[in-house]
Design a protein around this ligand. Sequence first.
Ligand code: NAD
Ligand code: DAU
Length: 354
Amino acid sequence: MKVVFITGGAGFIGSALIRLLIAESDWRIVNIDKLTYAGNLASLAAAGRDPRHVFRHHDICDRQAMDALFAEYRPDGIIHLAAESHVDRSIHGPGDFIQTNVVGTYTLLEATRTYWSSLDTAARTAFRFHHVSTDEVFGSLGPSGLFDESTAYDPRSPYSASKAASDHLVRAWQHTYGLPTLVTNCSNNYGPYQFPEKLIPLMIGNAVAGKPLPIYGKGDNVRDWLYVDDHARALKLVFEKGRPGETYCIGGRNEMTNLQVIDTLCDLLDRRHPGSEGRRHAGLKTFVADRPGHDQRYAINADKIRRELGWMPLETFASGIEKTVSWYLENTEWTSHVQSGAYRQWIDRNYTQR
Ligand code: NAD
Ligand code: DAU
């Protein structure tokens, strides 16, 4: 059975990818995750208990641990998602972003290179290092135009700068050492199991609780939203069929201002979870100070992955957001464990550092 390492598999996108690979592939998965505040093994659902899934509690910055994992499992490839992922946190404290996103990616690349160099020619050729990145490395767009694979890098937050650095490292390891790498740059994801620091789950949670909905600046910043399972399908396709050395941009062509997203959520919740005395959720909207250096607009041209690999998103924003709201309304245990911190105790009980 072929083995894939997935870093960050207890996070939002990593857990969606593992759920997909367990359901729709034969890969044996070694999930390497440090379980930071963003890691939650409950997000794996039944996939976490599948015999083809192995969880290893490690920091990707730990070279010795990475070397030991390569020796133990001898993987056929890696999909690298582990990262600090929240822009606001990167503004308040960039250190962890440099450590995990830059030093961690470097450490993983070096551990991979050592292992990969020891393989026979056929295995070296077939091996893949797939680095999962973001459209934020391209900076901010004006009112028109789209990011694509040829867009110059222009990161502007500590988060996006750390991801840009990691993208450059991955490409340098391909160019210099011949490591067969793949890079994907994706737009904003939303869907089940997203940590409620990000816009959509934060707004759903606050609206349901009758708390203010904090809108940064004027709410006119534009993001290009993609349902997380569509991203997971794109990652599987690129990892299995993408051309080594190539970059693929992934996005849903769902450009919306933050106000449009929040109004959509409020309308949905008015129907699905009416406030007391018929109070409308839009009344909770509150304009707050803007995020420093707030990028105005992101939008992706995903023609290359569509043309070369036949990928298309299955969800529209309307269908994806409906599913997402339903999921948060029906899975209050997951959310309340995250809000209370109980998900950390669950981790402590079930796993210890090996
Ligand atoms: P997330 O914050 O939900 O999950 C990150 C995971 O990485 C967590 O499980 C965490 O415990 C783990 N992790 C963090 N530091 C680690 C370390 N040092 N060693 C091992 N594990 C560590 O993030 P996400 O939203 O699922 O994003 C996953 C990846 O996709 C990231 O690389 C991110 O940059 C990229 N990305 C995210 C989006 C998005 O909209 N969320 C869009 C494009 C790209
Ligand atoms: O574009 C891809 C990126 O999308 C990923 O690389 C990041 O990991 C992911 O976090 C996301 O970054 P954003 O900064 O775009 O996502 P966030 O959910 O934090 O914010 C989305 C927009 O909503 C942004 O314009 C800021 C705004 N916002 C966010 C929060 C949390 C608000 O107005 N109020 C809020 O409370």
